[in-house]
Design a binder for this molecule. Structure first.
Ligand code: ZN
Length: 209
């Protein structure tokens, strides 16, 4: 009887966990597990505690959808942000590249995705009702649609334009030039800077259903 040699069970379990991380294949997971088991227990504890702390402390801000702690949201509670401008993004991750351009100082609203009938994602699956509520409070003068430049992003933008057309606000879209098919996170800072600066009002004809 030949027993196939493998790592002890706890190591195998760790490899399985690491393989769940995005972009990590079997080989990388194995290398990471071996690296981890060579560290001092105190270092591992720190590592695990960081992950645990994130899981316990970070939640989605009920207003903007960005990552918040129990101390609140750094965006919504900032006293120096312009409350008359609201930038709509697909994911909370899209907020950081816009912040890094350094030219935007308004507020944000993450939809938590985009409309995609093929994946059964409709308006009720996104934070669209929350957006309507924020808009109806009346303090927003400009709504910037910073959505993806692909079909689903365009469809989501068109849906929002139609939905919000009766509100007394200017709706603008990022200028063209963003990588097609990629979200905001794949755009370089200069491209995003230009797309924000050159954002245009959505033409009245486009605002008709
Ligand atoms: Zn917030």
């Amino acid at each position: 009887l030949i027993v196939k040699l493998d790592y002890p069970q706890p190591v195998q379990a760790l490899i399985l966990q690491l393989k769940r991380l995005p972009g990590i294949g079997a080989k990388s997971a194995e290398r990471m597990a071996i690296w981890l088991l060579q560290q001092a227990p105190s270092a591992i504890e720190e590592f695990g505690n960081s992950a645990l702390l994130v899981a316990r402390e970070i939640h989605s801000c009920p207003v903007c959808g960005f990552f918040a702690t129990h101390e609140g949201c750094v965006i919504c509670e900032a006293p120096d942000r312009d409350i008359s401008v609201l930038c709509v993004v697909e994911q909370p991750l899209d907020i950081l590249p816009i912040e890094r351009t350094g030219i935007y100082h308004g507020h944000y609203h993450s939809l938590g995705g985009r409309l995609s009938p093929l994946d059964n994602i409709g308006p009720d699956d996104l934070r669209i009702a929350e957006l309507q509520t924020r808009v109806s409070h009346g303090s927003i003068a400009e709504l910037i649609l910073a959505l993806g430049s692909d079909v689903a992003g365009e469809a989501t933008a068109n849906y929002l334009i139609e939905l919000l057309q009766l509100h007394p606000l200017r709706i603008t879209k990022l200028a063209q030039g963003l990588p097609v098919g990629g979200g905001l996170t794949t755009a370089d800072s200069l491209t995003l800077h230009r797309a924000l600066e050159n954002r245009g009002s959505v033409a009245p004809s486009a605002r008709l259903p």
